[in-house]
Structures are given as C-alpha cells and as structure tokens.
Write a protein that binds this ligand. Structure first.
Ligand code: HBI
Length: 354
C-alpha cells in the first residue's frame, strides 16, 4: 500500500472552515501519512487549498450540510453536484491507487462503493443524522465490515452498525500549540457558529459571570449569530474571526478555559484537544466526543448537558485545575504519531481484507 486517494467533503472548499472538524482531520492525516512515506492525493471542491498537499480541485455545486436537515429528509443531489463530479473522477483514476478514503458524510459515496474495484475506507465525521444515510451506510458496513472508521465510541453508538466501527480518536501536531502556564480572566469558545454548537449557552454563561468570552470560528449561520447578539446585547463577548492555527493558539492559550456547548452528539471535538494542548482546561456538556476527552476535575469539567447553571458553576472552579495536566494528556493520547499509527493499521487491515 503506497498511493492513497482521499475524497473530501462536498460542503465547501478545504480551508474555508465550512468543513469544520473534518478539515483539520484531513489536513493532519495528509501530513502524517506523507511523513510515513505514503503518496497522498486529495480530491476536493474548487478553491480548496492545503499547504504541502496534492489537491485535485473539482468543479460543481457544493452540498447542503447534513446537520442542517431533519432525519427524514430524502437524499438531495444539487444540479452539477460537486460530489458526483468528484466520484466520477475517482472512478476513472481508481486503478492508480491502492486505497481510497472517503471523508464525505453523504449518501452517494456509500452507494458507489460496491461499483469500485479499489478498496474504499469510510471515515465518518459525524454522528447519525439521517435515516436514508443510516440505511445506506449500514448496508455497506455489512458488506465491508472492516471499512468504517469513526472518532469515538459515543459517535459509533449513534449508528446501527456501531459494533463494526474502528475507533480512531483524533490527533494534533503538538508543535503548533504552545503550552501557557499563565492565563488571563477570559474564556474561549471555538467552532463553526451554527445552531448545533449552541454558542448561545456559552454567551449566556458569560453574561451571568461577566467573564469576557473570546469567540473563534466561521460564522456558518449569519441569522443565528445575529439572534445571539440581539438576545445578549451586554454580554462581554469579542468575536475574533476564523483564525489560522498559529494565530488561534496565541490567543487561546491565554484563556482560563474553553467552553464546549454542543447541542448534538459531537463526533469528537478537535477544539477540545486544541485547548488542552495549550494548557487550557475544557468545560464541556457531558455528551458525545468531549465526554471521552475531558477528565472531570482533572483536565476540565463535564457538565449536565444544556445546563447553563452547570457552566457557571464550572467556570468558578477553573482555578482548581493544574494546566500542565491538560498538556500532558494530549501528549500522551492525541499526538499525531499515536493517531497516525491507528489510521495506518486500519488502512493496512482494509487493504488486506478487501
Ligand atoms: N454535510 N452533506 C454533508 N457532507 C459532509 O461531508 C459534511 C456535512 N456537514 C459537516 C461536515 N461534513 C463536516 O464539517 C464535519 O466535520 C462536521
């Protein structure tokens, strides 16, 4: 196994921030596998860009983000779908590759899998969101029982084929994140600004405690963002924008804590390990990926889901956390090397068994 073809998400161009956590996962995996001598090519929508990566840009209409739809929505294919165009190209070049890795959370790639001769590893970037997609994923998982990889057990448990999922966790290039012992009296919130991330809870908690809140990330839902500003006109918030990792960690590491308020089952929560890598404790709702990352009382606090009072209580206990413990846990469990080993072993198992 030497040449790998990565198939990106169709929701937007890589590095636009629309792709959320899967963009960071894709970027880190490309870097780590190239370091191990693999030849990686990525197929992605037009205007995608990653440093130090081979990207084939494909024209076409981007797809609706699945998490904005309800469970019963039929699968929708836009005119001139970029996803259709990406997979048409992949079919033509597949014989040049030892393995294809799908990162799209969409019906089409799963449907096409049995029509491909090159093995396809399916990396699932979210928890279950749609009945028609669950049905198609389950059908393919039964046919290719080794080929489904996820971030966490709680994410796997949202699918009917949970027992078949390879739990891969996540990883970070720790050299990009500088540990900071000291911090100022301010909190951070980091992620796509969209309803499923429930930023409003973090803003409300900071309105109550009057601790300043730095907000980082792409505004994916403008109306949702405006509603928050209208609802909490006096909250001490400062929108910092969608920053590069370098600029983000410079500001993040000065914070007393990160607030994670996912309304949905967060598949992993890369932002949690980004904060911990800087020595910043994480206060998170006890659901999904973050509940498997944060050690309550040691590297942050796990709070009753959707309880703003719980957030407020935890904010007042942040000074009891030893910030260096946060950095240590990331070095031990979430380095690129440890994570790369898990992915490489999974890829080898798929090539061997397909
Ligand atoms: N929605 N339709 C669709 N397809 C994706 O690949 C997709 C998505 N929503 C979000 C998403 N991928 C990634 O941002 C995940 O990391 C959340």
């Amino acid at each position: 196994m030497h040449k790998l073809l990565f198939m990106s998400t169709p929701v937007g161009a890589l590095s636009s921030g629309i792709g959320g956590g899967v963009e960071l996962t894709l970027y880190n995996l490309i870097q780590e596998m190239q370091k191990r001598g693999y030849d990686i090519t990525t197929i992605a929508p037009k205007n995608s860009y990653f440093a130090n990566a081979k990207i084939i840009e494909i024209e076409g209409s981007v797809h609706i983000p699945a998490q904005t739809q309800t469970r019963d929505i039929p699968t929708v294919m836009p005119k001139n779908s970029v996803l259709g165009n990406m997979w048409e190209y992949a079919r033509k070049v597949q014989s040049e590759y030892d393995l294809i890795v799908n990162f799209a959370f969409d019906w089409l790639p799963f449907y096409l899998t049995p029509f491909f001769s090159t093995p396809i590893a399916q990396f699932i970037s979210m928890g279950s969101l749609s009945d028609s997609l669950d049905e198609m994923m389950d059908k393919i998982a039964q046919q290719y029982p080794h080929n489904f990889g996820v971030y966490t057990k709680s994410q796997a448990n949202t699918f009917p084929f949970s027992q078949l999922c390879e739990i891969l966790g996540s990883g970070l290039d720790l050299s990009l994140y500088q540990y900071s012992e000291k911090c100022e009296q301010k909190l951070a919130w980091l992620g796509r600004i969209a309803p499923e991330k429930a930023l409003e809870d973090a803003v409300k908690a900071c309105d109550i405690t009057q601790v300043p809140l730095l907000i980082f990330g792409k505004i994916q839902d403008e109306q949702y963002w405006q509603n928050i500003l209208t609802q909490y006109p006096d909250a001490p918030i400062d929108y910092r924008g969608f920053l590069s990792t370098q600029d983000l960690q410079e500001e993040l590491r000065q914070c007393q804590g990160l607030l994670m308020t996912p309304r949905w089952i967060e598949a992993f929560g890369n932002v949690a390990i980004e904060a911990l890598a800087c020595g910043v404790p994480v206060i998170a709702y006890a659901r999904g990926g973050p509940s498997e990352i944060v050690e309550d009382g040691k590297t942050g606090f796990l709070v009753t889901p959707d309880s703003v009072d719980g957030l407020v209580k935890a904010i007042n206990q942040l000074s009891t956390i030893n910030r260096y413990d946060c950095r240590l846990v990331v070095e031990k469990e979430y380095s690129l090397e440890v994570w790369g080993d898990r992915f490489e072993a999974w890829f080898k198992k798929i090539v061997k068994t397909n």
